[in-house]
Write a protein that binds this ligand. Structure first.
Ligand SMILES: [Zn+2]
Length: 333
């Protein structure tokens, strides 16, 4: 039998269960829901994680879409899904949970004797480490932003070359146009906060190929991005030999190797003049900021830029993020 948390599946069976984390003051149990779909034939265990940031919920629906399309009788290997891996944050409709304010994707491998989020990370990671052969961790950009799906895969000097190669192959098979390779040795400061505690890199350090898929925006279900993600998962499964769909080799993809946030200096009301997927020349306008009467700032990009993420919510204060930009990239296929 294949067991994750309380979910137990024999060959050709699907099972639902939970990974227990802890409890709340009035006795409610805090559990991470888990779905196991075990094929009749042997094959890899593909783990799909979602909502590690609680308001990033497109991945949850992508898992539902994928699960509904799978036939355990024909599947080779096992799909394990934890689409709502940060349940307290999901219920708070927020990136983090309201009791310890920790970012769960900075806490792996977690701590069984720590704060709630550290314990949740530990409970999840213990099962991942035991069972997963490879993993996708679904994110979205924050609710105040828009993005087209893109992948992020991290490399560190200590990663085994074959793991690194499998990560890149799997990430590209997802089929996103932009794919960001983040070298943890050189990309320090690219994203505020630490990324060494990310689920993906902690898996990779254990020899489990893993990457992040950013699929659109948070706080809503986006049908196009959900469908894109479900299709991308199936293409990865084809590449892994788990299903019979013909593998579609990706083409026209970009490998982004340097990124930076663009922040505004003046405050006011922002209107974007570029969209995710746009390429801007050095010095080009990307947005304008105005007050009630006049334009206050024309926001421009310093160097040529690929727009990964752009702001949707117009109310901006000094230091708010306008966009997330690729600064170095190349077409790789
Ligand atoms: Zn996230």
């Amino acid at each position: 039998m294949f067991k994750v948390g309380t979910a137990v599946a024999g060959k050709g069976e699907a099972a639902r269960g939970v990974i227990h984390v802890g409890e709340l003051a009035l006795g409610a149990s805090v559990d991470i829901p888990v779905l196991v779909i075990r094929g009749m034939k042997d094959g890899p265990t593909f783990w799909i994680n979602g909502a590690v940031h609680g308001d990033e919920i497109n991945g949850f629906m992508a898992v539902k879409t994928l699960a509904a399309s799978l036939d355990a009788a024909r599947l080779r290997g096992t799909v394990v899904a934890t689409p709502l891996s940060n349940p307290l944050a999901v219920q708070w409709r927020n990136k983090i949970n309201p009791y310890d304010f920790l970012d769960m994707d900075q806490q792996f491998p977690g701590d069984p004797a720590g704060q709630y989020t550290q314990r949740a990370a530990h409970a999840l990671f213990s099962e991942v480490k035991t069972n997963a052969d490879c993993l996708v961790n679904f994110h979205t950009v924050a609710t105040q932003f828009a993005a087209q799906p893109y992948t992020v895969f991290k490399i560190a000097p200590s990663l085994k070359p074959e793991v690194r190669e499998r990560i890149e192959t799997m990430a590209l098979a997802f089929g996103a146009h932009a794919n960001c390779r983040v070298d943890l040795a050189t990309a320090t400061g690219e994203v505020p906060g630490g990324v060494a505690g990310g689920l993906d890199i902690q898996c990779a350090l254990q020899g489990i190929p893993a990457f992040m898929a950013e699929i659109g925006s948070g706080g809503k279900f986006e049908a196009d991005n959900i469908a894109f993600a479900a299709k991308g998962l199936r293409n990865i499964m084809s590449k892994l030999g788990m299903i019979d769909d013909p593998y579609v080799a990706p083409s026209g993809q970009l490998l982004v190797t340097r990124r930076a946030f663009l922040y505004c200096t003046r405050a006011g009301f922002l209107s974007m003049e570029a969209a995710p997927g746009d390429v801007l020349a050095a010095g080009a306008r990307i947005a304008r900021i105005e007050d009630l009467w006049d334009e206050r700032e024309a926001v421009t990009v310093a160097g040529s830029s690929y727009v990964l993420m752009s702001r949707v919510n117009p109310v901006v204060h000094t230091g708010d993020r306008v966009a997330f930009l690729g600064l170095d990239w190349q077409q790789i296929n």
